[in-house]
Design a protein around this ligand. Structure first.
Ligand code: BG6
Ligand code: MG
Length: 224
């Protein structure tokens, strides 16, 4: 079976925004007297804004009113967006642009499967909006990662089955979503953190399009 739909997470896969989320959440957490580590931050990757704040409050044993909860989410998002607005094409992660160009030229459907409600703003800032045939972001899903809802929608709207789809993800929750959804999961990042991924690469310099084609051919032969 030829794998046809390529579903990309956004933050930490296409663009280097994972570090902005970390900075903005840490600044907010500090204000309410909660401290969390880079290791704990792995649990926030891929997870919606609401769930992220719930986790942070749990780590700090804090209970707050709904009103303050919404205020804090807004505050974090404003802080995060100030970092995003300064982005340019230079913030596309290394090798990504060449990979997307080659994959598209080779006839793959290019889809986004992101938890972010800011996805279109970010793609626009780095001039990649037109690259995507399908965009599923935080505004189109009711269940966040690790639920596969977003990836299933992305595969369906690309016109392919989950088995015909690859998911590229930097988060543990996203890899679990891809695995549950029946796609081939490709971890982008650290192998030990993303141990549940079917395959793992440091980034799109290691996984350039030629390396991807080798992997695709191997998989297609194995599933014939
Ligand atoms: C994911 C990020 O892509 O989007 C998470 O990995 C983030 O860190 C989530 O919380 C929601 O993003 P946003 O931009 O809607 O707050
Ligand atoms: Mg991510």
């Amino acid at each position: 079976m030829k794998t046809k739909a390529l579903i990309f997470d956004l933050d930490g896969v296409i663009v280097d925004t994972a570090k902005f989320h970390f900075v903005a959440w840490q600044r907010l957490a500090k204000k309410i007297g909660v401290h969390f580590t880079e290791k704990e931050n792995e649990q926030l990757k891929g997870v919606s804004r609401v769930k992220s704040l719930e986790k942070i409050l749990k780590w700090g044993n804090k209970t707050i009113s709904d009103e303050l909860f919404h205020q804090l989410m807004d505050e974090k998002n404003k802080d995060y967006l100030n970092l995003v607005y300064a982005m340019t094409t230079d913030d596309i992660l290394p090798g990504v642009r060449a990979f997307l160009d080659a994959a598209k030229a080779d006839g793959h459907k290019i889809a986004l499967g992101s938890a972010s409600k800011n996805a279109k703003t970010i793609l626009n800032a780095v001039q990649l909006l037109d690259m995507f045939d399908v965009i599923i972001d935080g505004n189109q899903v009711t269940k966040g990662k690790p639920d596969p809802e977003g990836f299933l929608k992305a595969a369906e709207q690309s016109g392919y089955s989950p088995e015909e789809s690859f998911v590229f993800e930097d988060s543990i929750a996203g890899i679990q979503a891809a695995n549950t959804g029946g796609m081939t999961s490709i971890g982008i990042g650290d192998k030990s953190t993303l141990a549940e991924a079917d395959y793992c690469f440091k980034g799109f310099l290691e996984l350039d399009y030629a390396a991807f084609q080798t992997l695709e051919t191997k998989l297609n032969i194995n599933t014939l």
